[in-house]
Design a protein around this ligand. Structure first.
Ligand SMILES: Nc1nc2c(c(=O)[nH]1)N[C@H]1C(S)=C(S)[C@@H](COP(=O)(O)O)O[C@H]1N2
Ligand SMILES: [Mo]
Length: 213
């Protein structure tokens, strides 16, 4: 079933690649802003008060847990993977939303294919260089708009927004996307992340206003 979702995601990118470029959205604003959110044109910075500085030659992304082929990717290896671009809206639980964020990087399904998670893997636990963590069901990570992003608006991702690499999961509140991502672990059982153990919703769907548990 996850395999089918993975294939569907690949098919969608193929269609996107064919379309080449970014088709403007046609959805009316009222259909885009989740309940309780306010549109912002800026890009606020939210972190734990630490913006770790990771030199690119020191950076690695570890993919482990219930996988057939664990990997520790260097910056060069990560950038050699299929690169994609995606435009998505960003919704922070503190009630601001930002439309049309252009992200570039590696789609989660590409990482899935690389490490070949075992059938028991059902949850994903992300860890970051600043000590942050968050958790998401594997099925939601396999959407084609879920990226480990290294570019924003065509430029390398800045440190304040989570560079060298951060996770983007557009369909969930932004705390589910780990900035400064360091590790992605595939698990059979769910494991709560930094905010999830501190009372944030484990589901985090902005359209259902799943803010706090
Ligand atoms: N590593 C790390 N990732 C993180 C956070 C953090 O503190 N540390 N904050 C989260 C929260 S609450 C939000 S809203 C977004 C903020 O991303 P931004 O600073 O680029 O706006 O990052 C998420 N990812
Ligand atoms: Mo947030």
């Amino acid at each position: 079933m996850l395999r089918e979702k993975y294939i569907a995601a690949k098919q969608k990118w193929a269609e996107k690649q064919k379309a080449r470029g970014f088709a403007p959205r046609t959805t009316a604003a009222t259909d885009r802003l989740p309940p309780g959110q306010t549109l912002t044109s800026g890009f606020p910075v939210l972190d734990l008060g630490v913006k770790p500085e990771i030199a690119l030659d020191q950076w690695t992304l570890t993919l482990d847990g219930l996988v057939g082929k664990p990997a520790v990717l260097t910056w060069a290896q990560f950038n050699a993977l299929l690169q994609v671009e995606d435009v998505s809206d960003f919704h922070c639980v503190t009630s601001w939303s930002k439309y049309d964020c252009h992200w570039g990087g590696v789609a989660f399904p590409t990482l899935y294919e690389l490490v070949q998670p075992k059938p028991e893997a059902r949850y994903v636990y992300f860890t970051s260089y600043d000590g942050y963590s968050t958790n998401v069901p594997l099925e939601q990570c396999l959407d084609e708009d879920v990226l480990v992003a290294t570019r924003f608006e065509g430029q390398p991702l800045t440190r304040e927004h989570g560079g060298p690499a951060r996770v983007i999961i557009p369909k969930l509140y932004a705390w589910k996307g780990a900035k400064f991502v360091q590790g992605i672990t595939f698990l059979a059982q769910d494991k709560l992340g930094f905010w999830e153990v501190r009372g944030y919703s484990n589901r985090a769907d902005p359209w259902k206003e799943e803010r706090y548990a």
